[in-house]
Design a protein around this ligand. Structure first.
Ligand code: KG4
Ligand code: ZN
Length: 326
């Protein structure tokens, strides 16, 4: 059984997964502490991970009905992410592995998002195009096998898609994170009321869109509920169209007709519905496997060459620099 930890951002996660990809436990503790700051505060996240990690691991063992003796591989997210946050899960995992002289697998966070597709009971095998869109990343990849480098079809030049949702939500007076709230407000709005830019480049870009919304909110009466709903719907439509257009191009360019979604933005109903019209074989993992979790890290660990004890002891995390899929 694989024990995996994930602490790259603000979720403290531990999972126990079988070598066959069956999830025995997948514990996710989302930190509540960041809402009042309007975004994740790295130092607050790191401290919260320290407080939560032991409890989350113990909970994973309890839910799986497993013992440490059942673990034959320990894995953890190495990067990219917030360094202080990453260090908590990575050091804890190394310490557990070292204490039992077990092999250790360092896992790239984005390889983890892709490997969510390989978890039971619904396994989606390569080749496929993967759209990973969250608060921290927006990547479109051609995944041709379990290991090896996926080809990057498009990446973001500035903000992540989830970040665009969150910043838009903030301008419309919704809380943080605001993606789900913006989607709810948009439900009663007209998506064609305002014309927002979707970016011209082959890559994703959301900075212009954000600025455009800012100017609009200055021109109109944002106390008027229908106006806010129209703004939300039009803004959401621009993000969704920006994503969908590049997915469409990526499918064409790669010659693939299969598409997997990952990241918290995959929760968006308008995006899901729009992607379903592309004619590709669409795979939507359950939401708890789309957002940050440790089961996906365990899944990816199955395709990483593990390091034997004590070769991993000096291994460090990376914020962005060494990640394969930045
Ligand atoms: O993967 P995730 O839970 O965490 C990381 O960013 O690592 O993704 C969270 C992001 C946030 O930006 C949030 O606003 C966005 O996903 N999100 C949504 C929806 N639910 C969550 N965006 C659009 N529509 C939603 N329904
Ligand atoms: Zn993520």
């Amino acid at each position: 059984m694989i024990l995996a930890l994930e602490t790259s951002c603000d979720d403290t996660c531990a999972a126990l997964v079988g070598d066959d990809g069956r999830i025995a436990a997948n514990v996710i503790s989302s930190q509540e502490a960041h809402g009042r700051f309007g975004g994740v505060v790295p130092e607050v996240a790191a401290r919260a991970h320290v407080e939560l990690i032991d409890v989350v691991i113990a909970d994973a063992f309890a839910r799986a009905g497993a013992r440490i003796e059942d673990v034959d591989l320990v894995a953890a997210t190495r990067g990219p992410g917030l360094v202080g946050a990453l260090l908590v899960g990575f050091s804890t995992a190394k310490a557990i592995a070292a204490a039992r002289q077990l092999p250790f697998a360092p896992v790239d966070h984005l390889a983890g998002h892709i490997a969510a597709a390989y978890l039971s009971p619904e396994v989606f095998e390569p080749p496929f195009v993967a759209l990973i869109a969250s608060g921290g990343h927006t990547l479109l990849l051609a995944v041709r096998g379990h290991d090896g480098e996926p080809e990057i079809l498009a990446r973001t030049l500035d903000d992540a898609a989830g970040e665009a949702f969150d910043k838009g939500a903030r301008m419309l007076g919704l809380g943080y994170p605001g993606g789900a709230a913006l989607e709810r407000l948009a439900a009663t709005g007209d998506p064609r009321a305002y014309d927002f830019p979707t970016g011209r480049s082959a890559d994703f870009s959301f900075a212009g869109l954000k600025t455009s919304l800012l100017y609009r909110t200055r021109e109109v009466d944002t106390d008027h509920e229908q106006t806010r709903a129209d703004l939300a719907a039009s803004y959401q439509r621009a993000i969704v169209e920006a994503l969908v257009r590049r997915v469409e191009r990526g499918l064409e360019r790669s010659g693939l007709r299969r598409l997997a979604l990952g990241g918290g933005v995959a929760a968006n109903g308008v995006l899901r519905a729009r992607l379903a019209t592309l004619g590709a074989d669409l795979f939507l993992p359950p939401l708890e496997l789309c957002t940050d979790n440790a089961a996906m890290i365990a899944s990816a660990a199955r395709y990483v060459e593990p390091l034997s004890y004590p070769d991993y002891l000096a291994l460090d995390v990376y914020a962005t620099g060494e990640g394969r899929l930045r």
